[in-house]
Write a protein that binds this ligand. Sequence first.
Ligand SMILES: Cc1cc2nc3c(=O)[nH]c(=O)nc-3n(C[C@H](O)[C@H](O)[C@H](O)COP(=O)(O)OP(=O)(O)OC[C@H]3O[C@@H](n4cnc5c(N)ncnc54)[C@H](O)[C@@H]3O)c2cc1C
Length: 295
Amino acid sequence: MRMLKEGFMTRLRATDRPTVSVEFFPPKTSEDGASMLATAKSLQPYGIDFASITYGAGGTDRSTVLEYGKKLVEVGFPIIAHLTCVGHSRAELTEIIQKYDAAGFAGILALRGDPPKGQKEFTAHPEGFTHALELVKLIREVRPQRFAIGVAGFPERHPSSPDDLSDIRHLAGKVAAGSDFVTTQLFLDNDDYFRFVARARAAGVKVPILPGIMPVLSLKQARRFCGFCQAKIPDALVRELEACGEDEEAQRRVGVSWAVRQIRGLLGRGVPGYHVYILNRSQSAIELFSQLRRA
Ligand SMILES: Cc1cc2nc3c(=O)[nH]c(=O)nc-3n(C[C@H](O)[C@H](O)[C@H](O)COP(=O)(O)OP(=O)(O)OC[C@H]3O[C@@H](n4cnc5c(N)ncnc54)[C@H](O)[C@@H]3O)c2cc1C
């Protein structure tokens, strides 16, 4: 199925049911690739509207975005491919945008990107960009109406933003430059999302804001991920995970159950849809979508 900008935006704006998306990361080996595609196929019965595929800070994961993005299109998922400014000149980014067009991707999530491993600060390529805003503008320039463009939003604000006001001002700037939707960083407390949406609306951001949900796998993994993106882990979730002791399978089930409760809470308050960070794993994702189907 080839769903380009218009079809994608119609789905996103429709109010008959929430828009559901899942996120894959590009596999590093052919075995991982086969497993990722098996996960994608196993999710098809759950009515997923689109899949996104991340863009790494460098290495093989970058070169396989196109390869696996195309395979996901063949499986039947409209694709939102991520693209970051890390290490790329404007000319290279232009070429990638053209390749995403030829690959039949429905949209692009335009990101600045994180500094590559071992580097603390983001450093722009000498002929590249400092902020995602410039990438949004480039996509609109290279292929004006071809892609649905998404940008990142941070319910607990971006770690390098000095305050909520400047954080939301920059988000509003990315939207004013032509972004069609926002996908959020993971959060584990829905109140953080609703406060963020209220700030965004007050700053004039009118596009859909898709909440990003990650079913945690264990307390250790949650601490690592949340430490990296500076997201809080609610005390209640820590207690539930700690109560499982060393039983990692029990911790994984707690993670799924927390994510299900989060999504139900979000849907109950009328969110346009939700985005699940499935980390290429089928088990938690299938359990999550099956549980959500039950009343
Ligand atoms: C949904 C989602 C998906 C992601 N996918 C990937 C991925 O595939 N690959 C990857 O490497 N990373 C990914 N990331 C991580 C992301 O690249 C990092 O969080 C990065 O540090 C910020 O990216 P951004 O696009 O928000 O940057 P920007 O919008 O450029 O913002 C970065 C910082 O600069 C500030 N800022 C923005 N514009 C301006 C301006 N004009 N002047 C001054 N300050 C400004 C912002 O407030 C913020 O503090 C993802 C994040 C999210 C939420």
